[in-house]
Design a protein around this ligand. Structure first.
Ligand code: PMP
Length: 453
């Protein structure tokens, strides 16, 4: 029998396509081109990209500065292997990333998942060099997403994405998620934080000398939808790690690069993790680029040890991807996009709160900056998700698409939610349009407007 958590079955190749697609790609429009916050399909329909693709296209589409940097680099050289050459572009990228984040070392990869694996592997190497090779037990949250590779899935609290690979996965996802709407059960922020911290200490201590480190999304993204911890939690978790000498690794693949209104989301709480993983917004949809930012003491231990860093990925740090990421960083700085994410985020948040007053399907609005989430419920009083779970998410994504708006499905297997996360370059007028389209979509779903509170 198929497990209860298995994804719904859909017919393979309903359109005769030979391409294996995510969710079998049912009934998707074909993309034609993009301009700014808009994407157009091959039938000429326009969509406001209200989720930056997968919270990736942070500068919008066809940005002239990035296209120029890309074509200038492409004309010089696109690929030279890092085993044969240093590349000026990847050196400059590492320097700029270091200046803008405060981390002294940078390892470049291509996808978020690769960078998460790299962070795990560097941690394992660190412990080997410290003479504690048995430290291999990572700990993460029960509602989370950290990547599609086996290490990333082992960390992920996402039943639907885990199930096919379960036989090869570790159950690292043990921590109670900082997800007040479903886990606080009436506690205020302070007592919920105390509960989360006490449980995290128990989990870490249960692993004793095998505990290797903690991996956390500062704001949970793809699983659950912009799950924002109570203010005291991340500093408390960092404190637990410090007391035990365990590294704290922040997975900022979705939250980094200014998305939440600070360069790194951990900065909202003055937390400085030992490593930070970046992806998505680093290449901003123009090139697949990701990175691990690493603290001094990690690299010192590894550099003083018996081996160099021995693993990498073929395309990691390639000149084209590095030139694109460098241009993206320059754009973030010269256009003041981190501050803009904060300001536009407030406008978006106020608009979403207004929609929540009028549409019963919205159980909660949460998030930081331009990473906002809507918890979707069948019944506000009981907080019930869709029946089956995921059905409300799908309904909202499709209704929005019909109105010409893209929002991101973020059901974590236990809830229904969508992410609203437009490019950091979105104008105030475009935020208003996004809200109008979402209002129209929610209105078609309910068939009526909920009363104004
Ligand atoms: N971690 C987080 C927090 C993510 O949001 C994602 C992508 N949704 C990943 C890891 C995996 O990144 P990628 O899809 O680029 O491998």
């Amino acid at each position: 029998m198929r497990p209860a958590t298995s994804p719904p079955r859909t017919a393979m190749r309903p359109d005769g396509s030979r391409l294996i697609k995510f969710n079998f790609g049912e009934d998707l429009p074909s993309v034609s081109h993009g301009r700014g916050v808009f994407v157009y399909d091959t039938d000429g329909r326009r969509y406001l990209d209200g989720c930056s693709g997968a919270v990736t296209a942070n500068l919008g589409h066809a940005d002239p500065e990035i296209l120029r940097a890309m074509s200038e680099q492409a004309e010089r050289i696109t690929f030279a292997h890092r085993g044969s050459f240093h590349s000026e572009q990847s050196e400059r990228l590492a320097d700029r990333l270091s200046e803008m984040t405060g981390y002294p070392y940078v390892f470049l990869c291509n996808s978020g998942s690769e960078a998460v694996e790299t962070a795990l592997r560097l941690t394992l190497q660190y412990w080997r060099e410290r003479g504690e090779p048995e430290r291999a037990r990572f700990v993460s949250h029960a509602v989370s997403y950290h990547g599609a590779t086996l290490g990333g899935l082992s960390l992920s609290g996402h039943p639907q994405r885990r199930w096919a690979a379960e036989a090869l996965l570790h159950g690292f996802n043990e921590l109670t998620p900082p997800y007040a709407y479903r886990y606080a059960q009436g506690r205020d922020d302070a007592s919920f934080t105390a509960l989360l911290t006490e449980r995290a200490a128990q989990v870490l201590d249960s692993h004793g000398p095998t505990a290797a480190g903690v991996v956390v999304e500062p704001v949970g993204g793809a699983a659950g939808g912009a799950i924002t911890p109570p203010d005291g939690y991340l500093p408390a978790l960092a404190g637990l790690c410090r007391e035990r000498g365990l590294p704290l690794i922040a997975d900022e693949i979705m939250t980094g690069m200014g998305r939440t209104g600070t360069m790194l989301a951990a900065q909202h709480w003055d937390v400085h993790p030992d490593m930070v993983v970046l992806g998505k917004g680093m290449g901003a949809g123009y090139a697949p680029v990701s990175a691990v930012l690493v603290s001094e003491h990690f690299i010192d231990t590894i550099a003083a040890g018996t081996a160099s860093v021995t693993n990498g990925h073929t395309y990691g740090g390639n000149p084209l991807g590095s030139a694109v990421a460098l241009a993206v960083l320059e754009a973030i700085e010269s256009r003041d996009l981190v501050a803009k994410a904060s300001v536009r985020g407030k406008q978006l948040r106020a608009g979403l709160e207004d929609l929540a007053r009028r549409h019963e399907i919205i159980g909660e609005v949460r998030g930081l900056g331009l990473l906002q989430g809507l918890e979707l419920v069948g019944d506000r009083a009981t907080r019930s998700p869709g029946e089956p779970v995921g059905s409300l998410t799908r309904a909202v994504v499709l209704a929005a698409r019909d109105q010409g708006l893209l929002v991101y499905p973020a059901t974590g297997g236990v809830n229904d939610a969508v992410l609203v996360a437009p490019p950091l370059t979105t104008t105030p007028e475009e935020i208003d349009l996004l809200l109008e389209l979402l209002d129209a979509a929610l209105t078609t779903l309910s068939g009526k407007r909920a009363p104004t509170a």
